[in-house]
Structure formats: structure tokens, C-alpha cells
Ligand binder design. Structure first.
Ligand code: DSN
Length: 436
């Protein structure tokens, strides 16, 4: 009986690999790592323990592991021009928890964007089960979002900050950054106001780290951020993992919050994969990030011309990898997500900032979110974005049978099977690796 299930797991894994070689992957938080990163992920590093800092491990057997981690730290610092990097947090969530632990106490106030306004669940209030409130006991207050500009409203945020100070609820931490992050946040405009009241300025770069590394977004550490968290698998095209970068003066408290605070072992195969991705970004990051943003703008423009309500048209839709579409004229985000999936077009439904007030729910929100990182990694450029917009239109606007559109999507995808912006790319992007 167990042999049957064993075989079924492999069968499903292989089906998934084959399917992803035939889809248009538009999830803004995903990417495809290079074959080199995948090679690191199946190494023996994944079976070892190395708690602590390189050179101060709790286990023997870390000679090569330490050297790889030191290389990773060195390259991570170079990518973000940071004085300090901790590459041990095992995800973006854990990286944010490291920041909360290092810079706040339970009961303190933190400001961040709400989830409908693009904030991440790690920034959520306790009553919503968000990590900041439910796990670290922070009192979360919201930064103000300008719905037209799709960005943080500087004046209204300053007013909210003032009110909190007057009420004796001065924030200890502010977290910039979001999961819907089309435009650079006004760090330069707001960092001083937060520093003046004694708050630490944090920046969650999970979504945009690859663009920052490529020098194509904002530069948080130069614009006033004290500390920045990232995940290493979104626009930063490594394996699923996290990191925290900062200034030397905060090194000790970040290190201690990470270990023994947040991780025991820290997934050493992933650290090796992150090191490979860092090397790739140092070499190809500028070219890659430039094309990701060009593709996002081209896709947004093409969809807009097809009649979609792509937000922030007056600002060129986006300056990052992500675009947000108000889909309420065509249906709801949940239903459209499923229809597009039947056509092999993988996107995610997304709350619009005003959805909750208008009575919509995250299962059937008013928006869909699209990202262009993975398509770019597959070598696609502006011309392909126009073709993709046409596929989406056929399903959503023309109500063509998704199964019919799927046939054309599969054909289209045949030409994009290799990973670009990496040193070696012999193996196809989604090839299933069998080593049994
Ligand atoms: N929930 C992820 C996203 O899709 O943005 C981030 O963790």
C-alpha cells in the first residue's frame, strides 16, 4: 500500500513539472531558479546541521558549509551595499520576525500597510492572525495609502504618526514594503519623521529585492532604512529562503534574534542556493531587473489597451514587476483566477485597497495581481507580453473556451524552456530531475 502512495507522489511531482513547462507563470511572488541553484538544493548541505554563526558552530562537519555561508554573506552585502547581512532566516516571514524581535518588545506599536492596501500577513494585527500581532504581540497601526497613486500617502501618514505620539502610542518600528508594490515607497520623505520619534525604520524588500539588487528600484539603506528584510525567491531569483541586511551597529542584535531566536538550523542547502543566486545577480542583475520592469509596463499597457482596468495608468502602471487590475467589470478575482488556470495562465486573485469596505472577501476579491519576473527569466520580452495579454483577453473578455486558449498557450510556451540571466543553463527550466 505504501509503495502505491510512494509512486503516486513521484507521479504528481512529474506531472507538476511537465505542466509548469506549459503554463504562463504570472504569480508576482514566484520565479524560476537556475539549474545551478537547483543543483545546490539537492546537495548534502540539506542533511546537515550548522547552528550559529560561521566559525562559531554548535556542530562539527561545517568546514565547507562555513565557507559557502561566508561567500553568501559577502555577496549579499555587496548586492545591497550593506555593512551587515544575516543569510540564516529561512523565509521572508522569519526575516520579518527577526526584525520585530531585534527592534521591538511585545506590546510596542508598529506601523505598516494593511493587508488590503498591499501589506503582508507578517505585518498584520493580532485580530487578523497576522505575525506581528499574533506572534510578536505588536500593536499594529496603519500607514495611509493613496488609492490613486497606489503608494503611501506622506502627509496623511505624518498626521497618523502625530496622533499616535499624542496618544502615547509612539511607534517603535515602521515597516515599509508590501506584497503589492508597484512604486518605490516614500522612504526619503518619511524616514526622518520616524527617526525623530525614536522609531526604527524597517523595509520589507521581499517582493522587490531582485530589482533593488539590479539597481532598478529604490535603495532603501541609502534612503533612511535601518534594516531590510527579503525573501530570496521572488524577484531575487534564488531558492525559498530569507535574509536580513543592515548596518554594522545593529549586527549583534540581528544575529541574536536570528539564532537562537528564530532558527535552530537554517537550511544550509538553501544558503548555498542563495549564494549561487547572489553571484548570478551580481553578474546579470542589472540586465534582468531592467527587463522585468519593461515587461511589466508592456504587459500592463497591452492589457489596458484590451480594455482592462489596470490601476495607476497615469503613472505608467508600475515601476516594478507587479501590476494590479480591478477586474470587477469582468467578474471577481477568484472566479477569473480559476478560469485562467484552465487556460494554463497562472495568476492570483488579490484584494483591492477598497474591497473590504465594499464588502468583498479575499476568496472573491475585486482584483487580480500579475508579475513578470518568471516570464523574464524564461527570456520573454515586450513582444511576448502583447501575446500574453491577448491570451488573457480571450479568456476574460471574449469568454473563449479556456481549454481552447490553453492549446495555443502550450504551443506558445514551447519556445521558452531555458532559464536566462545565469552562467550555465544546459537543463530545461522545469525538467524533473530523477536521481533514484
Ligand atoms: N504571500 C506572498 C505573496 O504572494 O506576495 C508573499 O509571502
Amino acid at each position: 500500500m505504501s509503495r502505491e502512495e510512494y509512486n503516486r507522489v513521484f507521479e504528481l511531482l512529474q506531472k507538476h513539472h511537465q505542466w509548469f513547462g506549459e503554463v504562463i507563470p504570472l504569480i508576482a511572488s514566484e520565479n524560476i531558479p537556475s539549474p545551478a541553484v537547483r543543483e545546490a538544493l539537492i546537495s548534502d548541505f540539506g542533511n546537515r546541521y550548522a547552528e550559529g554563526w560561521p566559525g562559531e558552530r554548535v556542530y562539527a562537519g561545517c568546514i565547507y558549509i562555513d565557507e559557502v555561508e561566508n561567500l553568501c554573506i559577502r555577496m549579499m552585502k555587496k548586492l545591497f551595499r550593506a555593512e551587515f547581512a544575516d543569510v540564516r532566516p529561512i523565509s521572508g516571514v522569519v526575516a520579518n520576525l527577526v526584525i520585530y524581535t531585534a527592534f521591538t518588545e511585545p506590546g510596542d506599536t508598529m506601523m505598516a500597510l494593511s493587508i488590503p492596501c498591499g501589506g503582508h500577513i507578517t505585518m498584520g494585527k493580532k485580530k487578523l492572525g497576522g505575525t506581528a500581532g499574533a506572534v510578536h504581540g505588536l500593536n499594529v497601526e496603519y500607514l495611509a495609502l493613496d488609492y490613486e497613486e497606489m503608494n503611501i500617502d506622506v502627509d496623511r501618514t505624518k498626521e497618523r504618526l502625530k496622533k499616535l505620539v499624542n496618544k502615547g502610542k509612539t511607534p517603535k518600528l515602521v515597516m515599509f514594503g508590501a506584497s503589492v508594490f508597484p512604486f518605490p515607497h516614500p522612504l526619503k520623505e518619511l524616514a526622518d519623521s520616524f527617526h525623530e520619534v525614536g522609531a526604527t525604520v524597517g523595509y520589507d524588500a521581499a517582493h522587490v529585492a531582485g530589482l533593488i539588487a539590479g539597481g532598478c528600484f529604490q535603495d532603501p539603506l541609502r534612503e533612511g532604512a535601518d534594516v531590510m528584510s527579503l525573501s530570496t525567491h521572488k524577484t531575487f531569483f534564488g531558492p525559498q529562503h530569507g535574509s536580513v541586511v543592515s548596518w554594522e551597529r545593529y549586527a549583534e542584535k540581528i544575529k541574536r534574534a536570528t539564532f537562537p531566536g528564530m532558527v535552530s538550523n537554517h537550511h544550509l542547502h538553501a544558503v548555498a542556493g542563495v549564494a549561487i543566486a547572489c553571484a548570478e545577480l551580481l553578474e546579470f542583475g542589472k540586465e534582468y531587473a531592467t527587463q522585468v520592469i519593461r515587461n511589466a509596463k508592456a504587459l500592463a499597457q497591452a492589457l489596458y489597451e484590451q480594455g482592462f482596468n489596470v490601476l495607476a495608468e497615469h503613472k505608467g502602471f508600475t515601476e516594478s514587476h507587479v501590476i494590479l487590475i480591478d477586474i470587477t467589470k469582468q467578474g471577481d478575482g477568484g472566479t477569473i483566477e480559476k478560469e485562467l488556470e484552465r487556460a494554463n495562465i497562472i495568476i492570483n486573485r488579490n484584494l483591492l485597497p477598497w474591497d473590504i469596505k465594499e464588502g468583498r472577501h479575499f476568496m472573491h476579491p475585486g482584483g487580480i495581481r500579475l508579475g513578470t519576473s518568471e516570464l523574464t527569466r524564461l527570456g520573454m520580452k515586450e513582444a511576448e507580453m502583447v501575446e500574453i495579454a491577448e491570451f488573457i483577453k480571450r479568456v476574460v473578455m471574449d469568454r473563449e473556451s479556456p481549454e481552447k486558449v490553453k492549446e495555443d498557450v502550450v504551443e506558445f510556451r514551447k519556445n521558452y524552456q531555458k532559464v536566462h540571466y545565469c552562467f550555465e543553463s544546459v537543463m530545461e527550466a522545469y525538467k524533473y530531475i530523477k536521481i533514484r
